[in-house]
Design a protein around this ligand. Structure first.
Ligand SMILES: *Cc1c(COP(=O)(O)O)cnc(C)c1O
Length: 381
């Protein structure tokens, strides 16, 4: 029943809202701050742009259908989505979170939510026993990224969702890395899916956005209240860029993955590379779970080179690949987690996770894979 994922990327499951009569194939950008009322006490359903916008609503519809949810609430950035979501919780609430999270999320938890009285325990959620031991009577949320950033650890979403249900807390999964093309956390028992749409969903390294999708009407209502109140709504043009980006999600994800697997294999055999972390490699500790819960492994990989000098040389010598933060776009980017994404994580924690001066993270783009390998080869030489 229903359309397949690659069709949903373009059309969603149902009809788009008939807000325009021209037959425009591309959804129009409703660049407006406010909407006129047809009469006193009457509304078109659209009153003010922080609360409603047709272009944004269309992007939310497509993401909801892709994630098999009931509703999606969009935000100006992924961090705005995370911050607003965390406002659902109160001082004294405890959160169990993956210990290898996106740096900005760790900063929000530590510098804002902790300051406001929430408590956090960071554990390796790929270790179910460790995750369960971290749960306390006041635990209200388990927050998971899988694969993690940058070490690509895989958490068994279904098993963690059973833990969450058993202990009466919510499970939120950040699905930025795999996207709904490869993974649907709600189908595996998660309550909330979070996206930085800046990455693969938009896919072209040219704007920012964030989504929260849920299978619960009640949570969706609360999140709508939250975006209306906190105000970091997604701009109409950005909503349109994301809508356009998602149309090609299926072809991009296939190519990202094909390139990433080839590069992971090539790096594994390189004498200057000590270790490669990519969940599509059979020796990856999360390979079996990834096989079960995902339809693919995505385009992100991390590797250790033989020394800091080699890491610096690679970052400075790459030509086609750019040395930059961010990920998930058509262009291949190389990141140095130590001084970029994980700069604010205390050194001993970074080292415990295996992030050191030899660690490089690559967001594999959709260029020709031989060109990418040639670039890495000359940079590693
Ligand atoms: C980038 C990213 C975020 C934050 O999103 P922004 O759009 O940059 O605010 C959150 N989680 C993950 C996994 C990310 O990669």
């Amino acid at each position: 029943m229903g359309y397949q994922t690659d069709t949903v990327c373009i059309h969603g499951q149902g009809q788009r809202e008939d807000v325009e009569r021209t037959g425009a194939i591309s959804f129009p950008i409703y660049q407006t701050a406010a909407y006129a009322h047809p009469g006193v006490g009457r509304s078109t359903g659209y009153d003010y742009n922080r609360v409603q916008n047709p272009t944004r609503k269309e992007a939310e519809r497509i993401v909801t259908d892709l994630e098999h949810g009931v509703d999606t609430i969009s935000f100006s950035t992924g961090m705005a989505a995370v911050s607003a979501f965390m406002e659902l919780f109160a001082p004294g609430d405890h959160v169990v979170a993956t210990d290898d999270l996106y740096g900005g999320v760790i900063r929000t938890f530590r510098n804002i939510n902790e300051k406001n009285g929430m408590e956090f325990t960071f554990v390796d959620t790929s270790d179910l026993q460790a995750a369960e031991r971290a749960i306390r009577p006041n635990t209200k949320l388990i927050y998971v990224e899988t694969p993690t950033n940058p070490m690509m650890q895989i958490t068994d979403i279904r098993a963690v969702s059973e833990l969450a249900k058993k202990h009466g807390c919510l499970l939120a999964v950040d699905n930025t890395f795999l996207t709904p093309y490869f993974q649907n956390p709600l189908d595996l028992g998660a309550d909330i899916v979070i996206h930085s749409a800046t990455k693969y969903l938009e896919g072209h390294n040219d704007t920012l956005g964030g989504f929260v999708t849920t299978g619960s009407e009640e949570l969706a209502q609360r999140m709508r209240e939250m975006v209306k109140t906190t105000g970091a709504c997604l701009a109409p043009f950005d909503a349109w860029l994301i809508l356009r980006g998602i149309k090609t999600l299926s072809v991009r994800m296939e190519k990202h993955q094909q390139n990433a697997l080839a590069i992971a294999q090539w790096l594994t055999a390189h004498p200057r590379v000590r270790k490669v972390f990519y969940s599509g490699l059979k020796d990856h500790p999360g390979y079996a779970i990834a096989q079960r819960q995902c339809r693919g492994y995505g385009g992100m990989l991390t590797f250790h080179v033989d020394s800091q000098e080699t890491a610096y040389r690679v970052l400075e010598r790459v030509r086609l690949i750019r040395f930059a933060e961010s990920l998930g776009g058509t262009e291949s980017l190389l990141t140095y987690p130590l001084t970029q994404t994980h700069m604010d994580v205390p050194d001993e924690e970074r080292r415990a996770k295996g992030i050191d001066e030899t660690t490089l993270r690559m967001s594999v783009g959709i260029e020709n894979v031989q060109d990418l390998i040639a670039d890495l080869e000359q940079a590693l030489a």
